[in-house]
Design a protein around this ligand. Structure first.
Ligand code: SF4
Length: 342
């Protein structure tokens, strides 16, 4: 598909530079979220085009390098030892196997490899294999991302020295709703690790989940917390809850109205104009049309492959077909893929 010329007004808007702010008020953010849908999408799409190719999507692949047995009690998670989800716990994977997986992901079109371990925080003895994984992924020319739980300053520095590009540490929801979702740590603990990661010079991947039973105000407040950080997270994953049997939240979860989900994406794009906004977990429950609306609202990143940490993902052939129908190509951050093959 070839791009068509935008009318001059839209082009002029798209050509201007987005303003980066860290002082969003509750009222401003809520007014954007609740704006008439067409106005919201137009604004989000205009801001999106000021920083990004609107027809390119960044592709990540996720691997669970240590499954289950986690000491935290996140109410939505199959990997918590507090919930009876029948998910067997495993030891940390062999770094060589992880690197093998990264190579296959790169060959399938992923530019970033995201490795997750179900820990409250890594132990010092875990750091050597984790660092080997980071170095191995970097040697493949890919970006490396890790999510390992809470970090000490020293662990953050070790990861930075190994070349880790991104650290994922989601805040999940608003500060006010947080204790309804997680009780083993506080919202403040989360922000503390984010600060350590940013201080170490690692980029932050931080977002949340919709469908936990939160109200629209919680979604707005979650994004306002991120947008008002001294530095915006470079990646903002927005997940739609996949209820998992045996987790407390599965029993009380309320499905999210698709338009509310799209509004959340648009608000993230408007308040954090230069961040990658990722349409993360939950895509298997979304129609192609809903995903297209999310891209229109400024989502520009997905996970490829047919599994996430423990939940399903659409798979490469479905994503290839959707990208072809929408004229989207995978964003080539590394200069390794001549054409899209996600
Ligand atoms: S979301 Fe992460 S920290 Fe929370 S229980 Fe699951 S693996 Fe542990």
């Amino acid at each position: 598909m070839n791009s068509i010329d935008l009318p001059s007004l839209a082009q002029a808007l798209a050509d201007s530079t987005p303003t980066i702010r860290h002082d969003w008020t509750r009222e401003e953010a809520a007014a954007i979220y609740h704006a008439p849908f067409a106005d919201l999408i137009f604004r989000a799409q205009t801001i999106h085009r000021q920083s990004f190719d609107a027809n390119a999507v960044q592709c990540n692949q996720l691997l669970n390098v240590k499954t289950g047995g986690c000491a935290e009690d996140c109410g939505y998670c199959s990997q918590s030892s507090h919930h009876d989800t029948a998910l067997p716990a495993s030891k940390l994977m062999d770094p060589a196997k992880v690197i093998e997986g990264a190579k296959a992901a790169r060959d399938a079109g992923a530019t970033r490899y995201c490795m997750g371990a179900a820990w409250r925080s890594p132990k010092d003895r875990d750091m050597a294999p984790v660092i080997e994984m980071v170095k191995g992924v970097k040697a493949l020319g890919m970006e490396a991302c890790m999510t390992l739980g809470m970090l000490t300053d020293d662990q953050a520095k070790q990861l930075a020295d190994a070349g880790l590009d991104y650290y994922n540490h989601n805040i999940d929801t608003s500060e006010g709703f947080y204790s309804s979702v997680v009780k083993t740590r506080s919202f403040g603990d989360r922000l503390e690790t984010l600060e350590k990661v940013q201080d170490a010079g690692i980029k932050v991947c931080c977002g949340g989940i919709l469908g936990l039973g939160e109200k629209p105000t919680d979604r707005v407040e979650m994004l306002r917390t991120l947008a008002n950080l001294p530095q915006h997270p470079e990646s903002v994953p927005i997940n739609m809850l996949i209820p998992i049997e045996g987790t407390p939240i599965a029993a009380t979860a309320t499905p999210v109205d698709p338009f509310e989900f799209v509004r959340t994406i648009a608000l993230a794009r408007i308040m954090m104009p230069k961040s990658d906004v990722r349409l993360a977990a939950g895509r298997t429950a979304m129609s192609d049309e809903m995903q297209a609306l999310c891209f229109l609202a400024g989502a520009n990143s997905i996970f490829i492959g047919d599994t996430l940490l423990t939940t399903p993902n659409p798979g490469d052939s479905k994503d290839r077909a959707l990208f072809a129908r929408l004229g989207i190509t995978p964003r080539d951050d590394l200069g390794v893929h001549a054409h899209g093959n996600a």
